[in-house]
Design a binder for this molecule. Structure first.
Ligand code: GLN
Length: 279
């Protein structure tokens, strides 16, 4: 088949398999497998795809039709302009999470210590290190599989962060100027309603926030008081309907100037607060 025919064939196959944005995925897969860009496609679209590449493309297409996320097939997702390796051990970095990083960057100063709780691929920690290279960045996860991916991402982007294998704060002992977290926050009952790409393929451990979705916010909010310096900042990504619950929780725990911030779609996405002096 030619590049154009292969792309059209993949779009049809994925549409019949109820894959959203089939034509976008058909192109992204072609771009990744054949290592081509748009201008190559415009000039050479009617030439035949080399056999080996066609076989590799059709193999991945078959997998994509079973709703395995495109990023796991390609093995990569960009976040804050940085390429991150992804495997089924980690949540695929979301654009929504860039709102959390952008908010954190308003406060993070060179020389400060920041902790990323539940780091997954390391996308938050590593991008903070990229924008504030003089910050000391530490990243925590309970999953050894996730930490291995975060380590690779730190190394391949040459952005060093300290990785700690820990169930929340169990193995953490230092004090930080900032704690950031995008913890699992989807209420258990909602998980069944998610698209199959997420529900069946992304790590459940990274999604499930237990019954009301607030379990990790409760634990992290309570414990972070002990691991933040006076006046330190706590920043969370939240689900669009969790702003009030999480900000009330933070205020009750001794945080001041607690604010909910919207993402680019206008949805509540980040909660930020400052640890009171002497709580
Ligand atoms: N911190 C990672 C991210 O934002 C992982 C989050 C998670 O596993 N809940 O993508």
């Amino acid at each position: 088949m030619t590049y154009r025919e292969l792309c059209q064939f993949a779009t049809q196959q994925m549409s019949s398999a109820q894959i959203e944005n089939a034509s976008v995925d058909a192109w992204l897969l072609l771009e990744a497998v054949c290592q081509i860009n748009r201008s190559f496609f415009l000039v050479h679209g009617d030439e035949h795809v080399p056999c080996e590449q066609e076989d590799a493309y059709l193999d991945l297409l078959k997998k994509r039709c079973t709703h395995i996320p495109l990023q796991y097939l390609i093995g990569e997702q960009e976040f804050m302009g940085i390429p991150f390796k992804v495997t089924p051990d980690v949540l695929i970095p979301r654009q929504d999470t860039e709102s959390l990083v952008e908010e954190a960057l308003k406060y993070l100063k060179p020389g400060q210590k920041v902790l990323d709780m539940c780091t997954g691929s390391g996308c938050i920690a590593i991008s903070l290190k990229s924008f504030v290279p003089e910050a000391e960045v530490t990243a925590v996860d309970v999953s050894e599989g996730a930490l291995a991916v975060a380590k690779e991402n730190s190394e391949k982007n040459e952005l060093p962060v300290t990785l700690i294998h820990s169930d929340l704060f169990c193995q953490v002992s230092d004090k930080y100027d900032m704690i950031v977290s995008n913890p699992p926050y989807i209420p258990s009952a909602v998980i069944a309603t998610l698209m199959p790409e997420v529900r069946d393929h992304e790590p459940m451990q990274a999604l499930d926030g237990t019954e009301d979705g607030l379990y990790f916010y409760e634990k992290i909010t309570r414990d972070s008081i002990l691991f933040l310096k006076e006046g330190g900042m706590l920043l969370y990504e939240i689900g669009h309907d969790q702003g009030q619950a999480v900000s009330e929780m933070m205020t009750a725990a001794g945080y001041v100037n607690v604010r909910v911030i919207q993402d680019l779609a206008g949805l509540d996405r980040v909660v930020v607060g400052r640890r009171k002096e002497n709580v």
